[in-house]
Design a protein around this ligand. Sequence first.
Ligand SMILES: Nc1ccn([C@@H]2O[C@H](COP(=O)(O)OP(=O)(O)OP(=O)(O)O)[C@@H](O)[C@H]2O)c(=O)n1
Ligand SMILES: C[C@](O)(CO)[C@H](O)COP(=O)(O)O
Length: 392
Amino acid sequence: MSSCIALIVAAGTGQRFGAERPKQYLDLAGQPVLRRTVEAFKRHPGVSAVRVVINPAFRDLYDAAVAGLDLPEPVAGGASRQDSVRNGLEALADSAPDRVLIHDAARPLIDDATIDAVIAALDRHPAALAAVPVADTLKRGDGGMGGGPDGGLVTGTVDRSGLWRAQTPQGFRFPEILAAHRSAAGLELTDDAAVAERAGLPVALVPAREENFKVTTPDDLTRAARVLDSALSDVRTGMGFDVHRFAEGDHVTLCGVRVPHTHRLDGHSDADVGLHALTDAILGALCAGDIGSHFPPSDPQWRGADSALFLRHAAELVTARGGRIAHVDVTIICERPKVGPHRAAMTARLAEILGMDADRVSVKATTTERLGFTGRGEGIAAQAVATVRLPG
Ligand SMILES: Nc1ccn([C@@H]2O[C@H](COP(=O)(O)OP(=O)(O)OP(=O)(O)O)[C@@H](O)[C@H]2O)c(=O)n1
Ligand SMILES: C[C@](O)(CO)[C@H](O)COP(=O)(O)O
């Protein structure tokens, strides 16, 4: 099978977006835009490797965005998108893949079907690009942009027949596009198909989806989040419950917060009964077993472990399924210690571990009116509920 490398261009600074960091490093439904784009190509069976072109000034943001994805060293981009692509192609010249897919990091909603279609088109043509036919009437304006409520005045109507809006990926047989980019250096071409056209290469149009739009402005990012959210139609609820008995000590750890007390809680890990119940609630929503099946108490590596590790693992399973945790609610059941003074810290800690907004995290407490083992002060119980949304 011919080798096909995805070259993701992410060296822009996002001037039109106007954020405090380049838009490809902004959060989109819990993950950086760039990570979503890279993962779409990494998981595609037709892509043998992914290489990213970045602005080295933002290397720390890049490293954080792609942590754990095991990517090769990124390529330094250039002043224009065209320069960045050429730098990326030159970096691939030694390995000389058969094909290359050039894709904007700022198009995170790329779908497998479009990638499939562009790759398949390269069986018949030396170049192909994802595109959507123009469905609106096109006007040319005087560029005045008014400054007021309008965008200037119309100076003409453009015949839209045969017009398409170019997207990415734009795919090419590698030697051809490398030679074409080398020849076009210094010109101002806004996409790689134009570089191929200039070199006389036939370029195939591959019908794509509106959802593969480029994130250019803040409204685009809001729209992208809405598209992702609307796909999470499989709503599930899980419940967890846990108990730990008191033992000699001077504090307990509840929902990730150290609470001074007359005793500690006995357990293999840090015995954080709140985090254990919540971990089981999330695993329950995923039908993924329970905390003991993921972290066996017989395994010495978990002795004294920070239970945040268990909860983070459950949250990562949700992300790996393309889902989101919509809401969590933990209830601590004990006579003492009093949870109220620590509730805000517990809520903040759970939100931090889960990467959620604190207004989607609830921590409550209750006594059992001195009834039962909790009422006799023999230990602490906790129950939790998690609402998880998965792709439908
Ligand atoms: N010198 C550049 C300019 C752009 N890009 C990348 O090309 C894609 C499309 O460019 P655009 O949407 O214009 O991104 P920016 O250049 O960052 O945006 P702006 O023009 O608003 O500054 C983006 O993924 C961007 O990171 C790049 O790799 N190198
Ligand atoms: C490559 C592209 O996304 C195709 O529509 C577009 O040309 C990029 O333009 P930008 O100004 O660099 O965003």
